[in-house]
Ligand binder design. Structure first.
Ligand code: FE2
Length: 260
């Protein structure tokens, strides 16, 4: 599926999203006028290559969100075939040996008329990055933020993870969230179990229906997640009541979800 095309106004960009592996999504972000594209992670290198060939796009960069195999396992193959350069989190350089350019929070990557900004969203892994494309109103969140959920904390504290989520939730409400996994169904069940709110219940029911029909629950939007994702809405509500308790609230939710 494709989204994000705004042929009438610069910058001109296109996002191609496709399901792969058990529950991953692969993504290409392109400036079709320039014929250049970047891959956000490489969960399925041959599938990415097939889309590049079909569209006639040259792969300029591979942008890795983090070092897990289902995110960078296709780097070497794609790099060899296309000559693309690999951009990855500096904190994970040793774990992503194909890295050409190591970057940190705030780094800017240019692709034709598109600007891509790295946002640190560590916690799932030590250096996890999300990639924000303001011109298209899109953010690629890897395993940091999912539809109605968030990634497990393997290499970071709840404080670190919350800091990253705060950066994401500060993006404009209509920013589309392209995450790396289709976890909407399980996340919606947890959200509905811990929040009695009508909008949450309605969204959870819609996601269940959507999922049952094999439809994706991605992309979502920042505004929708701020209101209905318990990992954002509950810590933010706690923060309004008593500033300073938000990371603690996030930590207990994460523990509850791990045992859900
Ligand atoms: Fe991961």
């Amino acid at each position: 599926m494709s989204a994000g095309t705004r042929p009438d106004q610069p910058p001109y960009g296109e996002i191609v999203q496709f399901p792969c592996r058990q529950n991953n999504y692969g993504y290409l972000l392109a400036d079709p006028l320039m014929g250049r594209a970047v891959a956000i992670d490489t969960p399925d290198a041959p599938a990415l290559m097939a889309i590049l060939e079909e569209r006639g796009w040259h792969l300029t960069y591979i942008l890795n969100t983090h070092w897990h195999e289902d995110h960078c396992g296709g780097n070497a193959w794609l790099k060899e075939v296309t000559g693309a350069r690999v951009i990855a989190p500096a904190a994970e350089r040793d774990k992503i040996p194909t890295t050409d350019i190591a970057i940190r929070d705030g780094a800017v990557i240019l692709l034709g008329s598109l600007t891509i900004r790295a946002i640190e969203t560590a916690g799932h892994t030590a250096g996890h990055l999300s990639y924000y494309v303001p011109g298209l109103g899109a953010v690629f969140t890897g395993d940091a933020l999912f539809t109605m959920g968030c990634g497990r904390l393997f290499e970071g504290t709840a404080e670190t993870a919350w800091k990253g989520l705060e950066r994401l939730v500060a993006l404009p409400d209509d920013t589309r969230i392209y995450c790396a996994h289709e976890y909407g169904d399980g996340n919606a069940a947890f959200a509905a179990a811990c929040i009695g709110d009508q909008e949450v219940s309605a969204r959870a029911a819609a996601i269940r229906l959507h999922h049952g029909r094999g439809k994706p629950t991605v992309p979502s939007t920042i505004g929708l997640e701020r209101r209905t994702n318990p990992f954002l809405s509950l810590p933010l509500a706690a923060q309004r009541e008593n500033k300073g308790v938000e990371a603690e609230c996030f930590a207990s939710l994460r523990l509850m979800k791990d045992g859900f």
